[in-house]
Design a protein around this ligand. Sequence first.
Ligand code: AMP
Length: 214
Amino acid sequence: MKIIMLGAPGAGKGTQAKKIAEKYGIPHISTGDIFRANIKNGTKLGNKVKTYMDQGLLVPDELVCDLVVDRIQQADCAKGYILDGFPRTIPQAESLDAALKAAGESVDYAIDVNVPDENIVKRMGGRRACVGCGATYHLVYAPTKKEGICDACGGELILRDDDKPETVQKRLDVYHEQTQPLIDYYDKKGILKTVDGSMSMEDVFAAILGILEA
Ligand code: AMP
């Protein structure tokens, strides 16, 4: 099962992607997580992408496409995978389609987690990320057991630079301009499924399972 998660930053697609990956035993591939790990490890790629990410801008397509195409060819992707945060532009979607087509494959579902902008701005201000392992939480919707401390690794929680209000607005603008056209792109292919992301995390997950198990 090959699934793409669409939706604005902060719509909750990462949380849902993790739950789907767990349920179906397929890898969750988040380009944002891959970039953040590279920044943390001080790699060449990390240095290249940091300035874009800190400003809420998209990293250039050429730094993303090969990375994802290589990743989905690894052995653990044989039964499928869930892509979270990729594609984010039409050229990225086309390059994914071309790579899949060459292998006689295609994407099965593009799931759009739909949330109005005003809810997103509210949500992102409450988001916290672990400096140690990168796990994300929310002060209201997904709190840690102990305030300010990561449940998974005990690391300190922070508000990521790209979750600060001024950057969130920029990321939303970028989303509408560059990523939203993908909704039409996948709709035309007949694989677009939309869920209401304003519901509780459990209800959104149930709606997604309803689609995948139909
Ligand atoms: P995310 O965690 O998915 O919201 O991604 C965080 C940041 O990483 C984005 O704001 C972009 O700067 C960068 N990024 C992640 N995925 C992509 C992508 N597919 N194309 C371009 N930039 C990306």
